[in-house]
Design a protein around this ligand. Structure first.
Ligand SMILES: CC(=O)N[C@H]1[C@@H](OP(=O)(O)OP(=O)(O)OC[C@H]2O[C@@H](n3ccc(=O)[nH]c3=O)[C@H](O)[C@@H]2O)O[C@H](CO)[C@@H](O)[C@@H]1O[C@H](C)C(=O)N[C@@H](C)C(=O)N[C@H](CCC(=O)O)C(=O)O
Ligand SMILES: Nc1ncnc2c1ncn2[C@@H]1O[C@H](COP(=O)(O)OP(=O)(O)OP(=O)(O)O)[C@@H](O)[C@H]1O
Length: 541
């Protein structure tokens, strides 16, 4: 989330008159030349001065760290033709030589304003949005994979990257700010993109980043503790996600009802919702519209069947390991079916594409498959308790030797989950190596200490669990690159090493300094330094 500030925008967009903008959104004109007559026009919208180009409307939003109005003069110097802000912002900007439009709360309208400027680009796409604590990225990639298999030119927006046709950029946020999202959607229209698979974070919903987009199908994966530093409590976190399942944001939904939060989401949704159950029903749990059955190992992943209560049924597979990836694949599949695709077409496309075989960077990414005298090494983005439990559970089943996990917790974020993550690591692994994640502004040693406290308490409890007693080794190694290299260097040939928490990320934020760090690169370097055995039995460097 620390990639450079850059965005994909349309090369060409019809100019819109500032006067019409003021009229359409009932905006007060506070300063600058009144946009009368033909007046000035804008062709694009930006909410960060650093990406402003000639012809933009600059929206100066109040924020936690700054007021965008402080950057308005620079935005105008870069070519902004008008500024939209709040009353406090208008006082701050003074005379700029361009119209300054004022709204009571510009964050509430920026999505709609940007959609208006770009001519409602989302309406030209068939759109799929995924929300939930875990699985958004994977599910979005699986939807994208399936849409491509069906022959569509598909766009992608999420934590890893943004893609419009041949234009690809690494992402800074999971869900872009409203102005950047609408610019990206307009670029997609220009690039001949027909369908869109997109992640929608709870932050995005709470901060109105996706206002002005009404998705064709919204999907819900699951909910567990995360991001409580922002949302306060689980109820508010849930309420933010539930916004996606209202008519303002989506036409229809698919909700995984494996957990109680999913059942509740299906109840509170005010759009038509199809429910999906991917695990056997709990006692008395309600039936679902779609169910997953007959899950069986298949290559590196699983085969499974989805069946609707109306009798439609399809058997396919996912290449990604773990039961949770069956859930992600099934959700992707059902969302595309609920979006109107025909079952027979989907079945044919999946047969030709090898099933739901998306390659998702940093999600259960196998850096080394093992079997060559070196350990299996998997890099996964699991950075909360539930994801860590599930990732370890998935790998345990296929690890003949010892299972080691290397992970840390993020600084400045949701401190409550740290000891719980330590305990989850001990429950799932034989060796637990606690290191740093993104420390951000926090003392990395203090963050590690909180994770270690949970891990050590759980290890002590496990050692004294009577007949179930287990010895789990808990160690602290920092910095992270050293932890990865040490663990991979010493793991046995039958062992699995899970490097969890950072997935595809390549930059670590340490006290505001960007440190280049890619878990996969570190793991590969450590593997290369160990001798391996080829299938012919010769030793390699
Ligand atoms: C809580 C939150 O999401 N805040 C975001 C928000 O910050 P903010 O409103 O406080 O803005 P600010 O930094 O005070 O700046 C105020 C305004 O001035 C503008 N500005 C600021 C500086 C400058 O030099 N020039 C400039 O124009 C900013 O663009 C902004 O419009 O707007 C900023 C500008 O886009 C974001 O950088 C910032 O993301 C923060 C840093 C962040 O990390 N957000 C994360 C938690 C987030 O949104 N995560 C979710 C996914 C989480 C998950 O599921 O894992 C996401 O969708 O990515
Ligand atoms: N359906 C699921 N249920 C629980 N855990 C999952 C699920 N899918 C993936 N995970 C775990 O969560 C991690 C993150 O997966 P993914 O990136 O797909 O989710 P995400 O919702 O996009 O995460 P984030 O919002 O933090 O970027 C994975 O690496 C995996 O460990």
């Amino acid at each position: 989330m620390t990639s450079p500030l850059e965005r994909i925008r349309p090369a060409d967009n019809a100019p819109r008159r500032v006067r019409d903008l003021a009229h359409t959104f009932d905006l007060r004109i506070a300063a600058g030349p009144a946009p009368d007559g033909e007046g000035p026009t804008v062709t694009s919208v930006a909410s960060d001065n650093r990406v402003v180009e000639d012809g933009d409307l600059f929206v100066a939003l109040p924020g936690a760290r700054a007021h965008g109005a402080a950057f308005a003069a620079d935005a105008v110097a870069r070519g902004a033709r008008a500024v939209l802000t709040d009353a406090a912002g208008a006082d701050l900007v003074g005379g700029l030589g361009v119209p300054v439009l004022v709204a009571a709360d510009p964050r509430l309208i920026i999505g709609h304003v940007a959609a208006w400027v770009y001519g409602s680009p989302a309406e030209h796409l068939t759109t799929f949005a995924v929300t939930g604590t875990n699985g958004k990225t994977t599910t979005a990639y699986q939807i994208d994979h399936l849409l491509r298999a069906l022959g569509f030119t598909s766009g992608l927006v999420g934590t890893v990257e943004m893609r419009s046709g041949d234009r690809v950029l690494p992402s800074r946020l999971t869900t872009p700010e409203a102005a950047d999202l609408q610019a990206l959607l307009a670029a997609m229209r220009e690039d001949g993109v027909r369908t869109l698979a997109m992640e929608v974070s709870s932050h995005a919903l709470a901060l109105h980043r996706v206002d002005g987009v009404r998705y064709g199908v919204a999907g819900f994966t699951n909910l567990s503790q995360d991001h409580l530093d922002f949302h306060g409590d689980l109820q508010s976190y849930f309420a933010a996600k539930a916004l996606l399942f209202t008519p303002e944001h989506a036409r229809r939904g698919v909700v995984v009802v494996d957990d109680a939060w999913g059942e509740r989401m299906a109840e509170v949704a005010t759009i038509p919702v199809a429910t999906l159950r991917t695990t056997p029903t709990r006692d008395g749990g309600p039936a679902a519209d779609w169910v997953v059955t007959d899950v069986a190992p298949h290559g590196t992943g699983s085969a499974f069947t989805v069946t609707h209560t109306d009798g439609r049924t399809l058997r396919t597979s996912t290449t990604l390991p773990g039961g949770f990836n069956v859930a992600n694949a099934a959700l992707a599949l059902v969302m595309v079916l609920e979006g109107g695709a025909h079952l027979e077409d989907v079945a044919d496309a999946l047969d030709a594409a090898g099933g739901l075989a998306a390659v998702v960077p940093g999600r259960m990414e196998v850096v080394s498959a093992g079997g060559d005298g070196r350990p299996r090494v998997v890099v996964d983005f699991a950075h909360n308790t539930e994801a860590l439990e599930l990732a370890l559970g998935a790998l345990r089943a296929t690890t003949p030797g010892r299972l080691t996990v290397v992970f840390g917790a993020t600084g400045d974020r949701d401190t409550g989950k740290r000891p719980a993550m330590g305990a989850a690591a001990v429950a799932g692994a034989d060796v637990v190596v606690v290191t740093d994640d993104d420390p951000h502004g926090e003392d990395p040693a203090a963050v590690r200490a909180q994770v270690l406290a949970g891990a050590r308490a759980a290890a002590a409890a496990a050692a004294h669990a009577g007949g179930q007693a287990r010895v789990v080794e808990v160690r602290e190694v920092a910095p992270r690159a050293d932890a990865i290299r040490t663990v991979v260097a010493h793991a046995g040939a039958q062992d699995t090493v899970l490097v969890a928490g950072r997935g595809h990320e390549t930059v670590q934020d340490v006290a505001g300094v960007d440190v280049q760090l890619d878990d996969r690169v570190e793991a590969r370097a450590a593997l290369a330094a160990r001798p391996g055995i080829t299938t012919e039995g010769t030793t390699t460097a």
